[in-house]
Ligand binder design. Sequence first.
Ligand code: ASP
Length: 332
Amino acid sequence: MFRPLFFSLLSIILFIQCSRNSTNQEQTPYNFALAIHGGAGNLDCNDLDSLEQHAYRMAINSALNAGVQVLNQGGSACDAVVEVVCYLEDNPLFNAGKGAVFTNKGTIELDASIMRGLDLNAGAVASVSNIKNPIKAALRVMDSSKHVLLAGSGASEFAQTQHLELVEQQYYFTTKSYQRYLKAREDDKQGTVGCVALDKYGNLCAGTSTGGMSNKKYGRIGDSPIIGAGTYANNATCGISATGHGEFFIRYNVAHDISALMEYKELTLEQAAQVVILEKLVKEGANGGVVCLDTYGRPAMVFNTTGMFRGYANSEGDRIVRLFKESQVKSK
Ligand code: ASP
């Protein structure tokens, strides 16, 4: 008489145990994760020859390696973001640091920002023209000043007091970028760079760096150094780095809007990013995309252009490197 009862009880216990395990598995955060971008734009595989595509893939891969190494060794999410963004700023393929685009006056003006999800602290520099790695200056503004955003010569003076490397304008020029500038001033080079990292302590950090839009008006500042527009991180929701037509990203407060949709409407990261990038921005005819991580280290890489150079890696060894619109990266 007790046998059927015993077996029913056993199966109920087993069922509860199994569903607990599967929930836990789904919810287990990665030890660390990293998502990066090298800009979004309307180009596809016909616009870049196979050598060029290979070069971009290699660069994204190397940037992921640099970040993974930091996170693997127990470095913080912000350490990883700075390492990755510096690598991309130093790489002339991208529109940040060396290789940045020119203003309508033929000068270089760079913007960058960083935000830490733990305490919502942030730092940024705008319109700087002699700091080798603007992301390092943004980090110092966050960690070593009581301000969030420094611009122009004030930012340069601050960088000097922080013993950051300063360079002449020529440093940023590459023959290719200068020829592009002379040939077609309206030509828009894709290649803003950004990174979001989750470290093993559960902290998120996001950073973005750019030369801005090609042939931009001298003095113009885009979304990349604006916290909430081009960069946002909050340990309660997600980390985001954006790329695209900055004026729209500022007006639509894109990065913060994605976080707010998660916080107030309880959307998943993928859903929130899709609402903002594929619905709100598309309605406005605004181009661009975002790379994001949620608090579990799961990525969303959403863009409304034909291409966004992007990569993702995590502590489990998963790795994605893509340039064009293929199946979008789905959360696990
Ligand atoms: N968002 C950048 C800006 O408007 C440009 C880009 O991401 O391509 O300055």
